[in-house]
Design a protein around this ligand. Sequence first.
Ligand SMILES: [Fe+2]
Length: 345
Amino acid sequence: MKWRFESVKKYLQPKGSRALMVFGCQLALLFVIAFVVYASGGTQNARPHLAYLPIILAAFSFGIPGGLVSGMVAGLVLGPWMPMDVELAIYQQQSSWLFRLFFFMTIGGVAGLLFEVLGNTIEQLVEAEASMLRALSTTVSLRNKDTGNHSERVAYNALLVGKAMGLALADLQGLYWAAILHDLGKIATPEEILVKPGKLTPEEYSVIKQHPQIGADLLRSISEDFEPVIQGVLAHHERWDGTGYPYGQQGEEIHIFGRILAVVDVFEALTSKRPYRGPLLPEDAVNYICENRGSHFDPGTVDIFMDLYNQGKILVHGRPPDIEVAPPVSAKRVILSGKRYIFTD
Ligand SMILES: [Fe+2]
């Protein structure tokens, strides 16, 4: 299983036969506009301005070359053969249509340049957000040396469950980062509580219980785009029967990321060494999860998790394969940046 970058530019900035098809449609639109101009009496009215639409579309799809070619074609189809006044059969002066052709090409070229610059800038922003989230997750890992790779294993298993549930790509991205950062709020938990070998006092437990909210607040202060991640971080200690924290939500009231994380996080925690106990065998951990199906855990999520476990897909120890997942940025930014991540087996 791996994540890899795939360019959505193959749809928006297409190549091969798809490029021909998209460019053909844009050309067809130009000819439709030329017909509209002719049918409405010639270039003396404002209809030639309709040509900006296919020119801008071509600049968006094919960058500078698309804008230039589309501008040239638009200038020609509205050029020497297009009367200024159809009824009186008066044709345009050469200088008029040449000027329009030059202007269309300039608009197309500049629009193509701007789309390229904008796409690259947004792509850099998306990558900067991914680096920032990575840095936050590293902070959590460094703080909690005993649980090295804990978040990565939780994220890997959460992705397996999410994918088996049929979650959409954008949801899988949010789920991944929620899993990586689910314990972010523990950076505010005093170390003596985090590594305490014995049972926690009620006061200490109430401090621990603040970590979902602290993590969510931290993420919310960075970007509104992280809302899906925030929901997962907030809900990872909720329980199906309503006895969890911080809100005591129950059943399907609990965000789906929280329901998935509850299962994979507890499985991971049980099979890992902790300051106060050794690791449990995977069979004992899954027994615990099955025993708490419908009380602590969402029954549907447990069934999917058990299916994956029985197929040997759930990762128990070690470091999962390197996975690169983009942060859950808005669809608008994904389109303009031209890149997204896809999930492959
Ligand atoms: Fe937690």
